[in-house]
Ligand binder design. Structure first.
Ligand code: G16
Ligand code: MG
Length: 221
């Protein structure tokens, strides 16, 4: 195992709550109501695709031009950026900082495979930016998760083959993306929702360098 590829939201930090509040503000302005249950569909989904899902929910899918949709997505992002402004290392999910340090000390490469264009800013706020060897720019992808492209690209940017990597995700679409890239997948969350993963743990503090290496080895035996 040469590299570990991380999702951001739900694995390194919990930005889902901020995304939800920012989308809710926008949706309300459009007369659309969204709740936490609907928000589950937006996890791991790109900004543009999230807006499409919200407009579809309000039956407003064909009511806006491309330019108007871009303006709506930009206004959500402005609100979101204000919310993440106060993030700090206190917002790192349990066990993640020591995991990243352990993996680095063990000479493993670390990659970020997040759909978020705010990924680099958030890693800097958390004080984790320097630990990462590469960050995929989601704006350069032709397709988002569940397409395998983002995880394939992360491996490629690190100079690794997919068989040398493990991918870590909290969303079903993300696990599908890892699996379709032929990368060993570890998921954090609900065992039923994430059953497609090679291994599911309940919380981030269960992720250790030893566990990740063991799962990779088992999958390559
Ligand atoms: C995250 C979130 C999604 C969000 C997406 C794009 O994905 O889970 O809800 O829509 O990033 O974020 P932004 O608007 O900041 O570009 P991930 O892949 O980190 O779980
Ligand atoms: Mg996620």
């Amino acid at each position: 195992m040469k590299a570990v590829l991380f999702d951001l939201d739900g694995i390194i930090t919990d930005t889902a709550g901020y995304h939800f509040l920012a989308w809710k503000t926008l949706a309300e302005k459009l007369g659309i109501e969204i709740d936490k249950e609907f928000n589950e569909q937006l996890k791991g989904v790109s900004r543009t695709d999230s807006l499409e899902l919200i407009l579809k929910k309000g039956q407003l899918k064909n009511e806006f031009t491309l330019a108007e949709k871009e303006a709506l997505a930009a206004s959500k992002n402005e609100e979101y950026k204000q919310m993440i402004e106060q993030m700090s290392s206190a917002d790192i999910l349990p066990g993640i900082e020591s995991l990243l340090v352990d993996l680095k000390n063990d000479h493993r490469l670390l990659g970020l495979a997040s759909a978020s264009q705010n990924g680099p800013v958030i890693l800097k706020k958390l004080g984790l930016y320097d630990l990462f060897d590469t960050i995929v720019n989601p704006a350069e992808l032709s397709a988002g998760k569940p397409d395998p492209e983002i995880f394939q690209k992360a491996a490629e940017q690190l100079g690794c083959s997919v068989s040398e990597c493990v991918g870590i995700e909290d969303a079903a679409a993300g696990v599908e993306s890892i699996n379709r890239a032929n990368i060993v997948s570890i998921a954090v969350g609900d065992k039923e929702v994430l059953s497609a993963a090679d291994k599911v743990v309940i919380a981030t503090n269960e992720l250790t360098a030893d566990l990740i290496k063991r799962i990779w080895t088992e999958c390559h035996e």
